[in-house]
Design a protein around this ligand. Structure first.
Ligand code: DC
Length: 231
C-alpha cells in the first residue's frame, strides 16, 4: 500500500535531515516543501521583487518556472532550468520564503503541486502545514520541536562544516523571526495537527530522532490502515 508521512515543525528542528534519512531507509520519496517556498523567494530576490509586498509577488507567480526532481532521500529543484538546490539554502532565501508563504496565491499553487507529487507513491513530506493542510489524511504525522538555542546551534554547526561565516545571535534572531512569521500568519500557519505525534529533539541526536520516528511509522503501518484512508 502507498502511504504518506507528514513531518512538520519550526525552522531548524531537523525535519529535512530526518525525513531524508528515513526516506532512504524505508524507500519513500522525499518531498521538501520548504524548498519550493524558498525557490519562490529566490525568484523574487533575483528579480528585485519585495517579498513583503504581496501585490507585487502575486503579479509574478505565474512567471515562475519551477521544476522538481524527486528520488529516495533526495530532491533537486530548478528555477528557469537552473539548479538552485544549494542557492536556496541561504538565510536570505529562508526569510523571503517565510514572507511569500503568507500569500494565499503562492500557497494555492505550491500546495496543489505538493498534493500531485504525493499521488500514487509512498512519500515523506516535510514543511509547516503538511499534516494540517497538504496531506490531512497522511497515515503518520510527526511534529518536531526543539528549543530555539539548540536549533541555532545546529545551524551554526552546519555553516561551520561548510566553512561559511556565521554569527550565533543573528541566526537565533532569524529563526525566531521565521517562527513568529510562520506560526502567526492567517493561512495554514505552522501548527501541530490534532493527530500528530510530537517529538522534542532538543536533547536527542540525529540517530535517536530517526529511530524514534521510524518506530512511530512502523507502529502505524502495523496498525494497518486501509489504502483509501492512508492520505
Ligand atoms: O523548511 P524551510 O526552513 O526550508 O522553509 C522555509 C520557509 O518556507 C518557512 O519559514 C515557511 C515557508 N514554508 C511554508 O510556509 N509552508 C511549508 N509547507 C514549508 C515552508
Amino acid at each position: 500500500m502507498n502511504y504518506a508521512v507528514a513531518v512538520d515543525g519550526p525552522a531548524g528542528s531537523g525535519k529535512s535531515t530526518i525525513a531524508k534519512l528515513i526516506a532512504k531507509d524505508m524507500g519513500l520519496v522525499y518531498i521538501d516543501t520548504g524548498a519550493m517556498y524558498r525557490t519562490v523567494g529566490l525568484y523574487c530576490i533575483k528579480n528585485g521583487i519585495n517579498t513583503k509586498n504581496s501585490e507585487d509577488v502575486k503579479k509574478v507567480i505565474k512567471n515562475i518556472d519551477m521544476q522538481i526532481k524527486l528520488s529516495e532521500g533526495n530532491q533537486k529543484i530548478f528555477l528557469s532550468g537552473e539548479d538552485v538546490t544549494d542557492e536556496i539554502r541561504s538565510a536570505k532565501a529562508g526569510l523571503a520564503a517565510s514572507d511569500v508563504g503568507a500569500i494565499g496565491e503562492v500557497r494555492k499553487k505550491l500546495v496543489r503541486m505538493q498534493q500531485k507529487m504525493a499521488e500514487g507513491t509512498s512519500v515523506i513530506m516535510d514543511g509547516r502545514d503538511i499534516g494540517t493542510n497538504v496531506l490531512p489524511n497522511a497515515l503518520v504525522k510527526i511534529f518536531l520541536v526543539a528549543s530555539v538555542e539548540v536549533r541555532a546551534e545546529r545551524r551554526c554547526g552546519e555553516l561551520e562544516k561548510l566553512g561559511k561565516p556565521f554569527d550565533f545571535d543573528t541566526i537565533k534572531k532569524q529563526l525566531a523571526e521565521r517562527d513568529k512569521n510562520d506560526s502567526t500568519r492567517k493561512l495554514n500557519p505552522l501548527r501541530k495537527a490534532g493527530d500528530a505525534v510530537e517529538v522534542d529533539t532538543t536533547f536527542l541526536n540525529i540517530d535517536e530522532v530517526k529511530e524514534k520516528v521510524e518506530k512511530i511509522i512502523k507502529a502505524k503501518i502495523r496498525g494497518g490502515k486501509d489504502e483509501n484512508n492512508s492520505r
